[in-house]
Design a protein around this ligand. Structure first.
Ligand code: SF4
Length: 241
């Protein structure tokens, strides 16, 4: 399990202290944090640990992971990084080679093109180093807030970001922490209701929970440690435990 380090704390994205915190948030996060200790970590977390939080490989693995199963992301990342693992060496590969290396991740053609383009930008505009700010990361091809937040949390030890993917979005709504329609809305809403010390943990906890228990279809509520505190908003059918 990754350890979280403390860095400087910019004032950006501070939570609104006047917004009431849902009483179930901290108990649920504590319960899930304990329960996931025996579960497999998400692929990008494992890659971060295996590469000593190398920002470049975390960035590329996160790009590849969108709408792709973890096992496929892990295998595709391993194939690509075996051939090239720096912005310079990846940028030197033809897009068609990157496509073959990362196949069958979803949208592999777009992702190959974005990967090469992002590498070129890192070389030309950032001196070969993955940038450390949200604004700069968002200028890279294929990088949205989810990817940027995960790079900031996993590789730059930021404690000022919450990374929201589809699991975090779905589960936060089911738990009644937020009432939102998009992951970006959820991210902003979570800054207001989740106590700051838990921000870097939200992604790891809820992604692991979403892959194992609170699945998109048929969540396993009977096996869920959050069950006594969860209003199950939007859940119509539960899976077997
Ligand atoms: S009780 Fe059900 S809906 Fe609520 S977090 Fe657990 S699995 Fe998800």
């Amino acid at each position: 399990m990754r350890s979280l380090r403390i860095l400087q704390v910019p004032r950006a994205l501070r939570g609104d202290l006047k917004t009431p915190v849902s009483p179930n948030i901290v108990p649920v996060l504590k319960s899930i944090g304990r329960a996931i200790r025996t579960m497999e970590e998400p692929a990008v977390e494992k890659i971060a640990e295996a590469t000593q939080e190398d920002p470049f490989r975390v960035l590329i693995a996160t790009l590849l992971s969108a709408q792709t199963k973890d096992a496929v992301t892990a295998a595709a990342s391993a194939r690509l990084f075996k051939v090239a693992r720096t912005p310079k060496t990846v940028a030197a590969l033809p897009v068609s080679r990157i496509e073959r290396l990362i196949y069958p991740v979803s949208f592999y053609r777009n992702k190959a093109r974005h990967t090469k383009q992002a590498c070129r930008q890192i070389l030309d505009e950032f001196g070969g180093v993955v940038p450390r700010t949200m604004a700069e990361l968002l200028t890279l091809a294929g990088v949205g807030r989810k990817t940027a937040n995960l790079v900031l949390i996993l590789s730059h030890a930021s404690r000022d970001n919450i990374c929201v993917d589809t699991h975090v979005h779905r589960i936060s709504n089911r738990l009644g922490w937020v009432k939102t329609r998009t992951p970006d809305q959820t991210e902003q809403a979570l800054y207001r209701v989740v106590p700051r010390k838990w921000w870097p943990d939200v992604n790891l906890y809820l992604v692991t929970w979403g892959q194992n228990i609170c699945k998109p279809v048929y969540p396993r509520c009977q096996a869920c440690v959050a069950s006594p505190l969860c209003p199950r908003r939007g859940v119509t059918k539960e899976g077997r435990s």
